[in-house]
Design a protein around this ligand. Structure first.
Ligand SMILES: C[S@@+](CC[C@H](N)C(=O)[O-])C[C@H]1O[C@@H](n2cnc3c(N)ncnc32)[C@H](O)[C@@H]1O
Length: 455
């Protein structure tokens, strides 16, 4: 140990550097209070406002996303090194998780710097554990080559699934579920979850400044770093694309919106150019699909969702994007009638269900999902999906379309949900089905099915 060149200098009591302080605050909200990671990050940044240096925000963002990508592996390693992991307070555990991620994955930060701030932070939280933290982190630093190998986890774990789950950084039940549900995809999606997906942008042809300043769809497609595109947007390889300041300006001016290309492709696969209005987007959320539709087509569309807070962002987005605000109303799509009071007497001709789902197709964008999801959620989601399909189908007359979309790869939420619906509802036939095609590039996977009422 004495000859280790990465050894830290003597720890002294110092304030935790701002990027780590911010990251620890976010981890606390997300790990302890179960806030979605991006929401926890956004509110921590908003709380500190202008006092934050953008470089610290960048490092904190990279670190908290990294901790969640590798959470299962980091926990496994810490449990391996700590004599009594159960006795470590949560605050100290969060410091160790962040420092272990930094030590093993952020090559630009010298190991001694990581050990220094982490030991100081532990000292402030629980002085008697400073020595333990120092020993654990130095031990992991010495083991860095060995623990970068998958075999380490397979050898050290109780069984193969536990070892694979630790390697991919996910809960064991989830690894086992996906391995059994989609054996051909399990390793690919868990491997993809460990890296950042491309940046997706949607171009707005209705923006007041459409076509000016380099943000039309054609101009976006011609830019360096584009890895895929579709009729509404583009995907840039992670780390490429427009400069942050330029992108910020395009977004403010309503020329583009952030939206994953895979989700745009899934909507386009449902042939929106053929939809007849009124269209009801009954799980509209913050309006990603409603707005994509309104930017390109003219049929009347209504947006509803169970969650009023999500819907409240749509009028603001319409102002930004130069779109007329559509009828928006809170409604539970499992209960008919779900048309708004203003729309009484009129029935939708097309219903889009962008269904609540497990999100197993978008784990690369939302690495915290794997940790937020619980085994019982899967059955609840399937029940909810079936109930929404049944209730919305009851609103549709002959010739109308029912469109179902998810961001999961689980056949139980996709193909089986649709086949179950068709068995219960002889009035409907399936027109088509879609699964993300270039998923290896986009690192996200969506499913869509279109159905039509034949009676
Ligand atoms: C996949 S998200 C929708 C994303 C949105 N369409 C977009 O493109 O931004 C699923 C949405 O379903 C909503 N939801 C969940 N259960 C619901 C229910 N019973 N009735 C209506 N909406 C529901 C959630 O609030 C969430 O906004």
């Amino acid at each position: 140990m004495g000859s280790n060149p990465r050894r830290s200098s003597k720890p002294r009591a110092r304030a935790v550097p701002p990027a780590r302080r911010l990251a620890l605050e976010v981890l606390r909200s997300s790990l302890q209070h179960h806030l979605p990671l991006q929401e926890a990050l956004d509110s921590a940044i908003a709380r500190h406002g202008a006092s934050l240096d953008p470089r610290d925000v960048g490092l904190a963002t990279e670190s908290v996303y990294g901790v969640f990508r590798y959470l299962g592996r980091l926990n496994f390693l810490l449990h391996h090194r700590l004599a009594r992991p159960g006795s470590i307070p949560q605050g100290v555990m969060r410091i160790l998780l962040l420092a272990t991620y930094e030590l093993l994955f952020l090559e630009r930060v010298p190991a001694y710097a990581t050990v220094n701030w982490a030991v100081d932070a532990v000292k402030a939280e629980s002085p008697k554990l400073a020595k333990v933290a120092n020993g654990v982190l130095r031990g992991l630093d010495r083991m860095r080559d060995e623990i970068a190998e998958r075999d380490f986890y397979l050898d050290a774990a109780t069984d193969r699934d536990a070892g694979m789950a630790a390697w991919y950084g996910v809960p064991q039940w989830l690894f086992t579920h996906v391995r059994k549900a989609v054996p051909e995809l399990a390793h690919t999606v868990f491997q993809e979850r460990l890296s950042q997906p491309p940046l997706g942008l949607r171009a707005n042809p209705r923006s007041v400044s459409a076509g000016q300043g380099g943000a039309s769809l054609d101009q976006l497609i011609s830019m360096d770093g584009v890895v895929a595109h579709c009729a509404s947007g583009v995907a840039f390889a992670a780390g490429s694309g427009p400069e942050a300041s330029e992108l910020g300006e395009w977004i403010r001016e309503g020329r583009v919106s952030r939206q994953s290309l895979a989700s745009q492709e899934a909507l386009l696969a449902l042939k929106p150019e053929t939809w007849t209005g009124p269209i009801l987007d009954c799980c509209a959320g913050r309006g990603g699909k409603t707005l994509l539709y309104m930017e390109r087509w003219d049929e009347e569309i209504w947006a509803s969702d169970f969650n009023a807070r999500r819907l409240s962002g749509i009028p603001v987005e319409c102002a930004r994007l130069n779109l007329k605000v559509p009828p928006i109303f809170r409604a539970d799509a499992r209960h008919v009638p779900l048309v708004s009071r203003n729309e009484t007497g009129r029935h939708p001709q097309t219903i889009l269900i962008d269904a609540p789902c497990s999100g197993l197709g978008v784990m690369s964008r939302r690495p915290d999902l794997a940790w937020r999801l619980k085994p019982h959620d899967l059955a609840n989601l399937r029940k909810m999906q079936a109930e929404i399909l049944d209730a919305t189908a009851a609103l549709l007359s002959r010739g109308s379309k029912l469109l179902y979309l998810t961001c999961t790869i689980d056949p139980l939420e996709n193909e089986r949900t649709i086949s179950g619906f068709l068995e219960r509802n002889g009035r409907f036939e399936q027109l088509g089905e879609f699964r993300t095609a270039n998923s290896d590039v986009l690192k996200e996977r969506f499913y869509a099915a279109s159905l039509r009422a034949v009676r």
